[in-house]
Ligand binder design. Structure first.
Ligand SMILES: [Zn+2]
Ligand SMILES: [Zn+2]
Length: 169
């Protein structure tokens, strides 16, 4: 758990160097407040605030303090790379995992991890305009696949969202 300004957060998703946190009232009150921590930096998303009073009523005795640099931003952004594979599939690389285009529908592109045979990885992404959505219910079951050839890639900064399903409620 993480406490900031009297609000408690729980980890939703971790990547190699970042942790994404949601307000612990995500289930009960559908609070959309979120944070991202990376190294000694804490990023607070300002476009969605809490819809309730601070939740922390316990004692700070059980907590460990960490001094982090706090930044306020409207979106979390991530660098996403696009390129074509030898077989001319559009490919996407994010956090050193590679994805190939799966299908496109109504302005949205769906991507799945290129490791589909053998380990049958089910990790998926969806891109739509300036947004990249990462499905958190299916994680990679293997180490990153990207071997570091950034030369063929086109980098784009997209707003990254983590969600359990691509379908809107
Ligand atoms: Zn909240
Ligand atoms: Zn995978």
């Amino acid at each position: 758990m993480l406490i900031l300004n009297g609000y408690e957060y729980k980890v939703l998703y971790r990547t190699e160097d970042k942790s994404y946190w949601r307000c612990k009232e995500i289930d009960k009150l559908h609070c959309k407040a979120r944070l991202m921590t990376t190294g000694r930096v804490l990023n607070v998303k300002t476009s969605v605030g809490h819809n309730h009073q601070p939740t922390f009523a316990g004692s700070y005795d059980q907590c460990t303090f960490q001094k982090l640099k706090v930044y306020y931003m409207t979106h979390f952004q991530g660098l996403v790379y696009f390129y074509d594979s030898k077989r001319k599939h559009p490919m996407l690389m994010f956090n050193n995992y590679e994805y190939k285009s799966n299908n496109q529908c109504k302005g949205k592109s769906y991507w799945r991890c290129k490791v589909v045979d053998g380990r049958a990885c089910r990790a998926k992404l969806m891109t739509s305009g300036k947004c990249l959505c990462v499905k958190t219910s299916e994680m990679h079951n293997h180490p990153p696949t990207f071997d570091g050839n950034y030369e063929v890639c086109k980098a784009q900064t997209l707003n990254v969202r983590y969600m359990s399903s691509f379908r809107k409620k």
